[in-house]
Design a binder for this molecule. Sequence first.
Ligand SMILES: C[S@@+](CC[C@H](N)C(=O)[O-])C[C@H]1O[C@@H](n2cnc3c(N)ncnc32)[C@H](O)[C@@H]1O
Length: 314
Amino acid sequence: MSSRSLARWASATASLKLRFQLDHSMGADQYQVAASDFVRERLCAGADRPTKLTSHKMSISFTAHNIRLDDGTFTKPDEASIDQQPWFVSARRILQTIYPTDRQKIRIADLGCLEGGYSVEFARMGFDVVGIEIRDNNFATCNFVKSKTKLPNLKFEQNDAWNLPSYGKFDVVFCAGLLYHMDTPKQFLEMISSVTSRMIILQTHFATTDDKINKFDLSPLCEHEGLRGRWYTEFADDAVFNAREEARWASWDNRRSFWIQREFLLQAIRNVDFDVVLEQFDWLGEETARNMLDGYYHTDTRGTFIGIKAGATT
Ligand SMILES: C[S@@+](CC[C@H](N)C(=O)[O-])C[C@H]1O[C@@H](n2cnc3c(N)ncnc32)[C@H](O)[C@@H]1O
């Protein structure tokens, strides 16, 4: 077992109190299922993965994605189902625009796929989907969802998103809630572009020049990888970092992340060879102006960015 796998395994068993600043409201709904056998089978399948022979029953819990399963039940019934969520609806719009028909050969990667909700819905649209997720608990949840949906065009892989190139080329990369968990986001975008033939859909926080907008306790504006932005602390200390398996929405290897300033993010998407660079606003719905001026878009500095390779032939 590699040292990285050992570290992951150790962190999976840690039970320390976590300090979450961002993305960590764990209103998890529990699916009390006999998941231990299921998890054991999946984790033994990969050579570099920890052989996790748990005797206890792992509970499958949903922290965010309310997914309709084939039997008509929902994974997080207190919330709107993911196919109604504005971020998904806007992704579906752009995908339907670019790919109105014949989707079965179009490959989409869903990076940091959490509980697999977006992946499931892309597969239901007819795309060939690979969801990539690093955390044991999240991955187990994805596979639970996979077992409850009949979608042969859907696969989940437990891996670091940085290893995306090992899954070949993709037409589309969907990257929601992950870029701002990276400490070298420009390099991450370069990696994504190297395997993407047509489009990136990037749902992400960004930094601004306004020091007064600081809900997330970001650093002063600075330069990193040749881009302006601000640092965000993911894990306050070693104890929190060592329990990172439990921080189900956080970064993985890096203790801080770099949030690129919006203008430089648009520039970076262009610089990694997407000729068409857009910001998609329709997820703000009827409230676009208010949201941008003083609503969620303004306070949380979060948007959907699209890069398209116009010359691509696939
Ligand atoms: C904020 S959540 C976003 C989840 C989902 N994409 C969404 O938008 O609902 C970030 C996700 O990325 C995963 N993640 C973080 N770093 C990762 C990495 N290096 N490789 C793969 N997954 C990662 C986390 O475990 C978590 O599931």
